[in-house]
Design a binder for this molecule. Structure first.
Ligand SMILES: Cc1cc2nc3c(=O)[nH]c(=O)nc-3n(C[C@H](O)[C@H](O)[C@H](O)COP(=O)(O)O)c2cc1C
Length: 257
């Protein structure tokens, strides 16, 4: 941070005559944050004119939807057209055995009536957390669409055949990387990783690279899916689909923003 705003950031201590004054003392913090940059880092709230420029949403179609997967597919298709990178990226929230939450991005690799799936190293932090607590939440945020989807549910491992099929579809170097990376555990440095990758590549030679036993996927079986879309003046639309069990019917509720 200090380097990024070099020349503009005030030193924490300033001289006032013979006195050294800590500009970071309580009460001085606000001035310090303001002085760090000339341009505001946080964008201002939209104005009435900004909101007036936004196209009106198609209310009837959105709230008439009875099938959350069809709606999700529709939004994902739009995200695929509009998002510059990784429209299938989603925040995956898990909790460890003490209940402490954790969250990170992963890529959605499939969705259907059974749930939403992703792949990872089973010995990673998320893998260990899911090992002790098979519950998770997902959050998609498509900035260019100004839409969000939240999913909550129980988690189940995908089948070996499903994981094999996805693993086989990945680039050879990604498959080697999956073997070489002890995901979420301490790494000495880039050299150590490259050494492990070289050793793995040598081990497999020109042969097939099977899926590592510690690498697979999980499926979140949704009991709740919330669709959120931006509306002017923060009076957003929220539509929740809930069911009591994976084979029960979906019930819908609108929520205050
Ligand atoms: C856009 C994006 C997509 C990612 N996709 C995956 C993924 O599909 N699987 C995965 O294991 N990590 C993925 N990562 C890396 C994770 O965010 C995370 O760094 C890694 O899985 C280790 O997380 P953990 O220590 O909580 O287990 C992705 C990161 C980003 C930013």
């Amino acid at each position: 941070m200090a380097r990024a705003v070099a020349g503009r950031m005030p030193r924490p201590f300033r001289r006032h005559g013979k006195r050294r004054v800590n500009t970071l003392a309580p009460g001085a913090c606000r001035a310090y944050v303001t002085a760090m940059t000339d341009a505001p880092l946080i964008p201002p709230s939209p104005t009435a004119e900004d909101y007036a420029a936004a196209p009106p949403p198609d209310d009837a179609a959105f709230f008439a939807t009875g099938d959350p997967l069809a709606l999700f597919a529709e939004w994902m298709a739009l995200a695929r057209e509009r998002e510059p990178n990784d429209p299938n990226a989603m925040a995956l929230a898990t909790a460890d055995e003490t209940g402490a939450p954790d969250v990170r991005m992963v890529l959605l690799k499939g969705f259907d009536a059974a749930g939403f799936s992703f792949f990872t190293n089973l010995e990673s932090a998320k893998g260990r957390q899911l090992g002790s607590n098979l519950q998770a939440a997902l959050c998609f945020h498509w900035k260019s669409l100004r839409r969000q989807v939240r999913v909550r549910g129980a988690v189940e491992p995908v089948s070996g055949a499903e994981a094999d099929a996805y693993f086989a579809s990945r680039a050879r170097d990604s498959r080697i990387g999956a073997w070489a990376s002890a995901q979420s555990r301490p790494l000495e440095g880039r050299f150590a990783l490259e050494r492990d990758i070289a050793a793995t590549a040598l081990k497999f030679g020109l042969g097939d690279i099977p899926r590592p036993p510690f690498w697979s996927g999980y499926r979140i079986v949704p009991l709740r899916i919330e669709f959120w879309r931006d509306r002017p003046f923060r009076l957003h639309d929220r539509l929740v689909f809930e069911r009591t069990a994976p084979d029960a019917a979906w019930m819908t509720t609108r929520l205050y923003p």
